[in-house]
Design a protein around this ligand. Structure first.
Ligand code: 5CA
Ligand code: ZN
Length: 407
C-alpha cells in the first residue's frame, strides 16, 4: 500500500561509522554488517485507533537506525506492515458500527500524516495484511508441508514442540511464556491443542468474519505469520534488523522467528531490536488501557512536530519512560536555544558536533548523548560566541539529517 512522503535529507560531509545496536537475542551491543543495502523490518500498527506517542517512539527508533545506515553509505530497504485485519480491529469496528475496512483506512491515513509530520523516513514497502493474504497463506502451507503444523477444526497451528529454539530471543522460561502468550493474543486454553503454546497460523472462516480463499481453505492469517511472511517476501531470509516495541519480544517475535526458521532453515534476522515502552500515569501507554497521548491530537493543538520529536529523542530507546507534562516545555526550550544559536553569524567549530552526534547514534542509537553534544555547542555559541561562519549551517544540517529535526 501507499507509504508516506519522505523528508528531505541534506547530505553531510564524510561518512558515519557502522551502526551498532543492542540485540535482544544475544543481549549484546553488536556491529551490524549490512551489504550495500541494509534490510530492516519494523512491526507496524494495528489501525483501530490513532498512533500514540509509544508508537511514534518505536518508529522514531527505527528511523534513527535508517539515518545512521544511510550516513554510513548504505541504502536501506525498510519494510513495515500494518495489521489491517485482526481481532482488535474487528472488535472496534463492531463496537463503533463502522466497516472494519473503513476504520483501518481512516486510521492508516492519520498514521501516515503523523509519520510524515515527524519526519520519519517512510518504509520502502508499507504492506498491509489484506493485500498479502496469498503470500501469508503460502508460507503457512510451506510450514504445514514440513510437518510442523496440525489442524483443529480447520484452524492450523504451529506445533511449539517443532520450534527447537523457542526462547532463543526472549530467554523466558516456560511459565513466563505461557503467561505472556495468554496476555498477548494467544490461546493457551484452547482444547485439543497438543501444547498450550502452539500458535495459530491460519484461522478458518467463522460466520460474520472476513475470510479469503487459500490453499488452507477459506479463512484469515494468524498474527505472527503475517510479519514473518511479509518480511521474508520483501527482504528474504537473514536480513539485518527486525523489531518493534519490547511488548513484541514474546510471543510475536519469538514465534515469528520460529516460523521463518522452520520454512528456510535459518534465522529471519541477524539482530533483534526492541524499544522500551512509553507509559502514562504509571502504565504502558496502550490502546486497550486507553491512557493515550495521540500524536495527531498534539499536532491539532498546534504543537510543532519537531518539538515532539525532540522530546522523544531525549530518551534512550531501550529505557522505558513516562510521558509527562514536562516533556513539551523542556523540548520547546531546547528548540529555542538551538534556533538562537543557529541564527548566529558565527559560532564555534561544528565539525566536533557532527562527529559527536554520529558517534552517539552509531553506538546503540544514543540520542540523549547526541542532543547533549548539540546542547554543549549551542550553549558555548550563545555565551562565548565563535568565529566559524560555516558552523551554524553545518550544525543545522547535522541536526536535520541525523536527528531528523528541521529547525
Ligand atoms: N500490529 C502489531 C505488530 S505486527 C502491533 O503491535 N500493533 S500496535 O499498534 O499495537 O503497535 C505498533 C508498534 O508500536 C509495535 O511495534 C509495538 O511494539 C509498538 N508499541 C505499542 N505500544 C507501545 C508503547 N507504549 N511504547 C513503545 N512502543 C509501543
Ligand atoms: Zn509484527
Amino acid at each position: 500500500m501507499r507509504s508516506w512522503s519522505a523528508p528531505d535529507i541534506v547530505p553531510l560531509p564524510g561518512t558515519g561509522g557502522p551502526l551498532r545496536v543492542h540485540d535482544t537475542a544475544t543481549g549484546r551491543i553488536r556491529t551490524t554488517t549490512p551489504g550495500p543495502t541494509a534490510g530492516m523490518y519494523a512491526c507496524g500498527i494495528t489501525p483501530y485507533d490513532a498512533a500514540h506517542l509509544g508508537h511514534a517512539f518505536t518508529y522514531l527508533t527505527f528511523d534513527l537506525a535508517n539515518r545512521v545506515w544511510r550516513d554510513a553509505g548504505h541504502d536501506v530497504d525498510y519494510v513495515q506492515n500494518t495489521t489491517d485485519i485482526d481481532d482488535p480491529l474487528l472488535e472496534r469496528a463492531e463496537a463503533t458500527g463502522v466497516d472494519w475496512r473503513d476504520l483501518a483506512h481512516r486510521e492508516i491515513d492519520v498514521f501516515r500524516e503523523d509519520m510524515a509530520a515527524l519526519r520519519i523516513i517512510p518504509p520502502t514497502s508499507y504492506v498491509g495484511v489484506v493485500e498479502s493474504v496469498d503470500l501469508i497463506s503460502d508460507l503457512a502451507a510451506r510450514i504445514r508441508d514440513t510437518g510442523a503444523a496440525y489442524e483443529i477444526d480447520g484452524d492450523l497451528y504451529f506445533s511449539a514442540a517443532e520450534a527447537a529454539d523457542l526462547g532463543s530471543i526472549s530467554h523466558l522460561d516456560r511459565d513466563q511464556m505461557l503467561e505472556l502468550f495468554g496476555e498477548r493474543g494467544g490461546d493457551p486454553g484452547r482444547a485439543d491443542k497438543k501444547d498450550p503454546l502452539d500458535w495459530l497460523l491460519w484461522r478458518a472462516e467463522r460466520p460474520g468474519e472476513p475470510a479469503w480463499d487459500s490453499p488452507l481453505g477459506r479463512g484469515r492469517p494468524g498474527w505472527h505469520i503475517e510479519c514473518s511472511a511479509i518480511a521474508l517476501d520483501r527482504l528474504g531470509p537473514a536480513f539485518d534488523l527486525n523489531g518493534g516495541g519490547s511488548d513484541l519480544i514474546f510471543p510475536h517475535h519469538e514465534m515469528g522467528a520460529a516460523e521463518t526458521r522452520c520454512a528456510t532453515g535459518g534465522p529471519n534476522a541477524h539482530n533483534h531490536l526492541h524499544v522500551g515502552m512509553v507509559g502514562l500515569n504509571g502504565e504502558k501507554m496502550s490502546k486497550s488501557l486507553g491512557n493515550l497521548v495521540f500524536v495527531s491530537k498534539l499536532r491539532e493543538q498546534g504543537v510543532d512536530p519537531a518539538v515532539i520529536r525532540l522530546a522523544m529523542l531525549d530518551h534512550h530507546y531501550r529505557a522505558p519512560w513516562e510521558w509527562t507534562d514536562a516533556e513539551l516545555p523542556g523540548a520547546n526550550a531546547r528548540a529555542d536555544r538551538w534556533r538562537a544559536a543557529l541564527a548566529l553569524g558565527a559560532a564555534p567549530d561544528a565539525a566536533p558536533v557532527l562527529a559527536a552526534v554520529r558517534a552517539a547514534l552509531a553506538e546503540d542509537l544514543d540520542s540523549p548523548a547526541a542532543l547533549a553534544a548539540v546542547d554543549a555547542w549551542a550553549d558555548t555559541a550563545l555565551t562565548e560566541g565563535g568565529v566559524d561562519t560555516g558552523a551554524p549551517a553545518l550544525v543545522r544540517a547535522t541536526v536535520d539529517t541525523l536527528l531528523g529535526v528541521a529547525l
